[in-house]
Design a protein around this ligand. Sequence first.
Ligand code: AMP
Length: 116
Amino acid sequence: MADKTIFSRIIDGEIPGTFVYQDEHCVAIRDIQPAAPVHVMVIPRKPIPSIAHLEPEDHALAGHLLMVVKKVAQQEGLAERGYRVVINVGDEGGQTVPHLHVHVMGGRQLTGHGTA
Ligand code: AMP
């Protein structure tokens, strides 16, 4: 498929990615340009472009993504320390990959908000 997203290509094994979690509905991979010592993205297998494109049928999936954020944060040793969860939406939101993904960042003291 010509317009397959880079994340779909990673999920389908066409290009490499470092997977830290996988289930039927989503995966978590390490960000190639980490903004913090731990920087993982939780990504639905379904190529929903962004939060702005969620449909009522995606209700359970949207909740599942947050449950996986919790699980991955625990797995990465962030649960007790604290961490940041970011979802960029669209151009002015700074989204560069048009496939919904949840950034999970931590492992150092983060300040401010919105960016790591
Ligand atoms: P966003 O700017 O919210 O769309 O985030 C996209 C993220 O994907 C950026 O943090 C990139 O570093 C990351 N990224 C882009 N290409 C890859 C890749 N091939 N493997 C892992 N992470 C990637």
